[in-house]
Design a protein around this ligand. Structure first.
Ligand SMILES: Nc1ncnc2c1ncn2[C@@H]1O[C@H](COP(=O)(O)OP(=O)(O)OP(=O)(O)O)[C@@H](O)[C@H]1O
Length: 265
């Protein structure tokens, strides 16, 4: 009996990727994220949902210290990834962002070729020393982003010339190319049509096997389709967090229920 408990505990421990404790974020006088604590699993998709302005994106940006780049923004509390404090003095935020990649709402390829968009990160992080190594990383990342077959014959063409959905997959390939463990996605499908959205959702489902994916979405249907756990935010607070199926079928907090039934938000 004891052994079973231990096995369960070890299993739980090995699955934990990100642990946030009492995270608060202020922009000047605005208290955007209020005392948020949450544990996020490895190799899993976790969705952040909630009405506009509830702090989902702000909290997401805490996970790779992207808020450090905003002058008025103050973050307090603890965030550990693989049990390492991401605010420790020895953590270089640029390295952290390579390990915790980010994909934004609007596809934002660099004004460079498809190849160079993906090669850029590995080059600046010293992951590729030779042309052959770079090509290998580019191909691997484009394959993982389910884009290789569509672009392999035109790697020198500009990334900005691709369709919206292809551009977003290029941005995912760019994030993957620096060998991250975590992929943060801030409404990655909101600028895409339903076909491109379905392709990205399918891709996220594949990526889950190798990465910890955290996605902010306005679409509850999307959260229900792709995530294993869901966090519902409201007015800066994390109101409820748990298995996605449970959150959508039997939420514990009336605010969650009001949101998923369309009464707020
Ligand atoms: N750069 C910023 N400077 C000042 N205030 C900001 C900034 N970014 C966000 N805020 C404020 O912080 C609060 C949370 O915003 P945030 O963008 O995190 O919410 P959200 O839930 O992601 O919203 P949405 O779904 O509309 O993107 C809001 O009141 C917003 O106005």
């Amino acid at each position: 009996m004891k052994d079973t408990h231990l096995a369960e505990r070890v299993d739980t421990m090995t699955q934990l990727k990100i642990s946030a404790r009492h995270v608060n974020v202020h922009y000047g006088e605005t208290h955007a994220v209020k005392d948020v604590s949450v544990d996020i699993d490895a190799n899993s998709v976790t969705a952040f949902i909630g009405p506009s302005g509830c702090g989902k994106s702000t909290f997401l940006r805490c996970l790779n210290r992207m808020n450090d780049t905003i002058d008025t923004c103050r973050v307090s509390g603890g965030i550990r990834i693989d049990d390492e404090d991401i605010h420790d003095r020895k953590v270089d935020p640029v390295q952290l962002r390579a390990k915790v990649g980010m994909v934004f709402q609007k596809p934002n390829p660099f004004p460079k070729s498809i190849h160079d968009n993906v090669a850029y990160g590995p080059k600046i992080h010293g992951l590729a020393r030779t042309r052959a190594e770079t090509s290998g990383i580019v191909e691997d990342a484009l394959r993982k982003a389910a884009l290789w077959d569509e672009v392999k014959d035109r790697l020198d063409a500009p990334g900005t010339g691709l369709s919206g959905g292809q551009q977003q997959r290029l941005c995912i390939a760019r994030a993957i190319a620096t060998a991250p463990d975590v992929l943060l996605m801030d409404e990655p499908c909101s600028a895409l049509d339903p076909v491109a959205t379905a392709q990205i959702e399918e891709l996220i489902d594949d990526l889950r096997q190798s990465y910890c994916v955290v996605i902010v979405t306005h679409s509850m249907q999307q959260a229900a389709r792709i995530s294993r756990k869901t966090a519902f935010f409201h007015l800066g607070s994390l109101v409820e967090f748990g298995e996605t199926d449970r959150i959508f079928t039997s939420p514990e907090d009336p605010r969650t229920e009001n949101y998923i039934t369309g009464r707020i938000g």
